[in-house]
Design a protein around this ligand. Sequence first.
Ligand SMILES: Nc1ncnc2c1ncn2[C@@H]1O[C@H](COP(=O)(O)OP(=O)(O)OP(=O)(O)O)[C@@H](O)[C@H]1O
Ligand SMILES: [Mg+2]
Length: 285
Amino acid sequence: MTEAGSTIRARVPVIDRQGARSDKAAEHSEYVFRARSLTKTFGHVKAITDVSIDLKRGEVLALFGDNGAGKSTVTKMLCGVYTPDSGEIEINGTTVAMRSTRDAERHGVTVVHQDLALAPHLSVLENMFLGHEILRRGILGSFGVLSRSDMATRSNEALQRLSITLPSLSVAVQNLSGGQRQAVAVARASMWSRSGILMDEPTAALGTIQSDIVCTLIRDTANSGAGVMVISHDIPRILEIADRIVVLRHGGVALNEPVGGLQRRDIVAAMVGLSTNTAGEGEKK
Ligand SMILES: Nc1ncnc2c1ncn2[C@@H]1O[C@H](COP(=O)(O)OP(=O)(O)OP(=O)(O)O)[C@@H](O)[C@H]1O
Ligand SMILES: [Mg+2]
């Protein structure tokens, strides 16, 4: 028990110099995930058709596409929010069925949703650990115990890596600015991710400086060994940190290439279905 009298049980991760967590079970594959032929329909809307997408450890994968192209739907299938109608997701060489974001976290994948999914009435500290106290029950053998001060230390480290200053860890998330909330969501994901982080528009609510900081964090996170898939409409900023680009158009893959010589116009061309020299793959569909 702790001095604060609010002991919770927590998995004690191995934290490397960047704060990235490692896990024996998740360290085998070069890939965070490999998804094949994903399809998702909502009523009459074919949101995703035959999308194959991989994320490697150590890479930043940018997922671009116009509004409604299917980016969030793909992301939600990769983190257990939606079950694909067909197709499969392979993690560490095994096809997995993820039924919740906790399932995905067990497989090493953490998500920052477009709509954040923080609990507004709870404090920053409670949000940083939200869900993980429940995850731990039942398999006590491999688990440690974290005191509230340990939790605060861990949270502060994650927030400091983002250069985020908050009024306090005990402030309710609903009383933070939009940018501060986004930063808490990103810090939370970086704290719990083992092999991959999926970020749905992490800079959408942020100012210029905070956006740059989040982009630097994304690059640093990948450099320390995790794979990061980032959805964004901020093509120039994300091009600077990405290794590979996937463009979705009308629920299908219009472009999947290393960033190499790709320019903004190539990406926009793929988004709208036009061909350029480097965006020729976009015309397959
Ligand atoms: N829960 C849902 N029910 C019905 N239709 C949905 C649902 N979620 C997404 N869609 C539809 O699926 C398509 C893809 O939506 P999605 O949210 O994946 O797009 P997106 O690329 O993330 O767009 P944006 O850039 O605007 O966030 C859209 O036509 C959308 O209206
Ligand atoms: Mg979206």
